[in-house]
Design a protein around this ligand. Structure first.
Ligand code: ATP
Ligand code: MG
Ligand code: MG
Length: 383
């Protein structure tokens, strides 16, 4: 079969490989690590730095098309690959999505609101910010994920200290908003402009990390339509090709603001593996291979529970102990996905469980039992 290429070796890449392989493609992964979730299932692993010209040439010549599984890949790597093969998403799109300053101004240019913010280049910039931005979150513009590269700050003094210890320029100082709910929308757009959008997921975060997604989201039809429309507007304006996730905040007055976007499949879309006709990873493979997009229809409500490395360290245990998966899988309609990571660490994403049910409440009740059996801390409860 034909070869598809991937930059990055994480779990999103692993699930992409598996989806592409199940449709008969071979996948080549470029990743610097010698043992990674995607590298270990790829048909070929090119172990090299993302900017290694020779490795990029090898990948680009082997593959009909290449994609990425994480937004922090150097945009230049995608640019270089474009000399050899089709690349989606394009370097230009990834450049915007990986930089909060560019991202926020892009979203605003689409007429879609974001949280009030200020761009911080120097400590003096704090003296000019609107005091209404506090309490705030200082976020490094680049390279953050799972709440890393962020600090909660109450005033200018705290913000200056956080900026100094962060050591990254620029940052954005973002107003901390009272969130009623969080939700996300995944869209897929093909080279011919065809677009499909997935059902809206409702997301619960703990300590800045996604803990649980519930589908369908418990929001009004109007808000669902508004979120989908915003996501479609963003991909259209960007002329984006690929799978993209848009994260939203729902405020007390039911207004929506965009938090951020990810130019790839997203953790909050893992439910699509078991609860939708076409998974977000299959969609990514279809786009890369220039095939028609698949149906995004939800065939059953679902609750996705993330499995962090913490559950390897239940109680006073200091040495990692793998959970007894039988205790999870004995529950009806629970589907386990593990990422094959060699080492469990606290706060590290090790896998997830999709729990299905004939209603969202049924799936949630079951998910809460499973969370308790696994020792997942205060599993999500919303709506
Ligand atoms: P990801 O892993 O999703 O890429 P990230 O490190 O990019 O995470 P954000 O999405 O910016 O981080 O923030 C993580 C979480 O922190 C959000 O989902 C939300 O729960 C909370 N948060 C972020 N910004 C704000 C804000 N302005 N007001 C209130 N809560 C916020
Ligand atoms: Mg992010
Ligand atoms: Mg986020």
């Amino acid at each position: 079969g034909a070869w598809l290429g991937l930059l990055g070796g994480g779990q999103l890449g692993r699930m992409f490989c598996m989806a592409a392989q199940s449709m008969g493609y071979k996948v080549a992964v470029l990743d610097p690590a010698n043992d990674s979730p995607a590298g270990s299932v790829a048909d070929r692993h090119i172990q090299a730095d993302y900017l290694d010209a020779e490795a990029l040439a090898t990948l680009g010549q082997l593959c009909a098309a290449v994609t990425t599984e994480f937004e922090n890949v150097p945009a230049q790597a995608l640019q270089t690959l474009a000399d050899y093969c089709l690349v989606s998403p394009a370097a230009e799109s990834v450049k915007v999505a990986q930089d909060r300053v560019l991202e926020k101004s892009f979203v605003q240019s689409c007429g879609i609101p974001v949280a009030p913010y200020a761009v911080i280049q120097t400590p003096a910039d704090f003296d000019a910010v609107d005091p209404n931005l506090f309490p705030a979150i200082l976020k490094a513009s680049r390279l953050g994920y799972d709440g890393k590269g962020q600090a909660r700050v109450l005033d200018v003094t705290e913000a200056k200290a956080a900026f100094a210890s962060m050591g990254q320029v620029p940052c954005v100082l973002e107003k901390r908003l009272p969130l009623k709910q969080e939700m996300s929308v995944i869209v897929a757009r093909a080279r011919n402009g065809e677009m499909v959008v997935y059902p809206v997921a409702e997301n619960i975060h703990r300590h800045g990390i996604l803990a649980t997604s519930l589908i369908p989201a418990a929001v009004s039809d109007e808000m669902t339509a508004q979120a989908k429309q915003a996501a479609l507007t963003i991909v259209k304006h960007m002329n984006y090709i690929g799978v993209l996730c848009v994260e939203f905040f729902v405020l007390a007055d039911n207004s929506l603001v965009v938090n951020e976007m990810a130019p790839r499949p997203h953790n909050s879309g893992h439910y699509t593996l078991d609860a939708a006709v076409t998974s977000q990873f299959e969609q990514q493979a279809r786009i890369l291979a220039n095939l028609p997009l698949g149906s995004t229809r939800l065939h059953t409500p679902a609750v996705m529970l993330n499995i962090l490395g913490d559950v390897w360290f239940k109680g006073e245990v200091t040495q990692a102990t793998e959970p007894d998966w039988a205790q999870t899988l004995k529950y009806n309609q629970a589907k386990l996905h593990l990422y094959g990571k060699s080492e469990a660490r606290r706060a590290r994403k090790m896998g997830h469980i999709n729990v299905l049910g004939s209603t969202r409440d049924e799936a949630l009740a079951r998910a809460l039992e499973i969370a308790q059996a696994l020792g997942i801390e205060s599993a999500a409860v919303a709506g």
